[in-house]
Design a protein around this ligand. Sequence first.
Ligand SMILES: [Zn+2]
Length: 159
Amino acid sequence: MKCPYCIKGKSKVVDKRDIPELDTIRRRRECLKCGKRYTTYERIELTGLTVTKKDGRRESFGRDKLLSGVLKACEKRPIAREHIEKLVSEVEAELRSREDKEVPSTEIGKRVMEKLRDLDNVAYIRFASVYREFTDLRSFEKELTKLRKSLEKRKGKHD
Ligand SMILES: [Zn+2]
């Protein structure tokens, strides 16, 4: 576990909290080199899911990889880290509850997008643009139209 501030190793754990519903352990760490404190979320990887990519390649499912994609989309957005962790855990739980242990990467992307749409519009569009690989303005506009419609629907509910 490298310190994100000085990029040196070795830290001591100063606080630990289990988040059972996420199967996650949150650790507050202190760097032994620079003394700065940071938080890590650690999780035991469960094996068994295989992701099939559009080009036919297969790889084992990695929660960290999924998380980093979502984190990237949520960068500088006012979204609590725990909401992001929760989203990723929900998607993972959904995938694991499937009968089929081979999951197309498109299915993962779809599930993340559905949840991001409710969480943050900007993060949603960012994720969609990477995942859908918008190659032209038209497909991007189509996505925006979908988002606008779902927002109007939600607004209607609250009025
Ligand atoms: Zn450090």
